[in-house]
Design a protein. Structure first.
Length: 263
């Protein structure tokens, strides 16, 4: 097992570059992971790693758990000092396990969208934590896939952490809006615009028995009028009291539950 002691090591510099730069991630087709559960779950879901780093403290505490990773990656499994782990970590109280992973091959929209499928289409969602929460919730309730149009980077480290491993189980496709609507239409999937509008159909009155794709917009401004008008149905979550809007991830969670409730 190779020991890395320097901040100038090429793999350490690569990890730091990938963590901070979307351009670097997509140029190299690599992204970063941090945390024992996240990385071990990713390995079990057949994620491919460029390399793995484990701090001295991590090996002392989780060595038996990590044995399969050390055996699998051999010359690409490195030990680092606890100080070096703090240097590359983006979390408080790091567990000391890090990985650089290969991005999976892109999924064509036509391969993901099926007749009677249930989908969430995110339009201009910019908060990585919201994105990660939506992906994790989609995994929990059984959504068939997520389409991202003009959203934040799905490989942002905060997004990856927020998904808690669900990123590897839920199909996520990044697309332009025109292609997404065309693919959904071709598959006969009805589209629903999630809006704040007293005249829109209540979520609980929507018939998802033949599937559907629900569009959720930007955290601050929601869906654009143009995008909402392209949908087959305008739908809203009826609210009580003086509340008139919800966090994008919270709204998506409620919608996904109803979308998949009768599966």
């Amino acid at each position: 097992m190779t020991v890395i002691t320097s901040k100038t090591n090429e793999n350490i510099k690569l990890y730091r570059r990938l963590s901070s730069s979307k351009k670097a991630r997509y140029t190299e087709k690599l992204y970063t992971l941090e945390g024992v559960r996240l990385i071990t779950d990713a390995a079990k879901e057949a994620a491919r790693f460029h390399c793995v780093f484990a701090s001295d403290g991590c090996m002392e505490k989780y060595g038996e758990t990590l044995k399969f990773l050390a055996d699998e990656y051999k010359n690409r499994f490195y030990t680092i000092s606890d100080e070096l782990a703090e240097y590359i970590s983006e979390t408080d109280g790091t567990q000391g396990l890090f990985a650089i992973a290969l991005m999976p091959e892109d999924i064509p929209l036509s391969d993901m969208i099926n007749e009677n499928g249930r989908y969430i289409m995110l339009s201009n969602v910019q908060d990585p934590g919201n994105m990660g929460t939506v992906i994790r919730t989609a995994d929990a309730v059984g959504v068939d896939g997520i389409i991202c149009c003009g959203c934040c980077d799905i490989y942002n480290p905060k997004t990856i952490r927020s998904t808690m491993g669900s990123m590897l189980r839920v199909p996520v496709v990044c697309s332009d809006e025109d292609s997404a609507f065309a693919a959904l239409s071709e598959a006969g999937i009805k589209t629903y615009a999630a809006v704040i509008d007293k005249d829109a159909v209540s979520l609980t009155d929507c018939d998802f028995s033949k599937g559907g794709a629900v569009l959720i917009g930007n955290e601050g401004s929601g869906l654009s009028h143009e995008t909402a008008d392209r949908c087959d149905v305008k739908m809203t979550i009826r609210m009580h009291g003086s509340v008139n809007s919800l966090n994008a991830a919270m709204a998506a969670g409620i919608i996904m539950w109803e979308l998949c409730r009768k599966l």
